[in-house]
Design a protein around this ligand. Structure first.
Ligand SMILES: [Zn+2]
Length: 133
């Protein structure tokens, strides 16, 4: 019997979790991936894209998916803090601008008319600057 061990908003997130579990020797399956891929507005109605495992592997799978591996990724790939162009502070954070408008337009006309822009917001001076990727 398959038990849902995690829910995700996007199919790629579920595939990453499945790959992580299978790297530890736990067989895992992704459910509702294609339904959400075809119409992502069904995501909340379906409970997201689900990752499922055998009932006997449930506890170990939850433990593995609950691990915080961000320090390993940062040690391997490194990280450079975003610097505020106005005051030079490194106390900045990423901010998506225009998500609400883009979502509402997508709901209304079923087409992504406005893109979501990326910006950096400074905690020290409050300035917002556009993030170019
Ligand atoms: Zn600043």
């Amino acid at each position: 019997m398959l038990i849902t061990v995690a829910h995700f908003d996007f199919p790629w997130e579920a595939q990453l979790a499945r790959a992580r579990l299978e790297s530890e020797g736990i067989e895992a399956w992704v459910a509702d991936e294609h339904t959400v891929g075809m119409q992502w507005l069904y995501c909340n109605a379906l409970g997201g894209v689900r990752v499922q495992v055998d009932a006997e592997d449930l506890h170990l799978a939850r433990t593995i998916l609950g691990e915080d591996r961000s320090a390993d990724v940062e040690a391997q790939a490194g990280s450079t803090p975003m610097i505020c162009p106005c005051c030079g502070s490194s106390r900045t954070r990423y901010r998506a601008v225009g998500r609400r408008l883009a979502f509402l337009v997508f709901l209304g006309i079923d087409f992504p008319l406005f893109p979501v822009r990326h910006s950096v917001e400074c905690d020290d001076c409050g300035a917002r600057s556009r993030l170019y990727r």
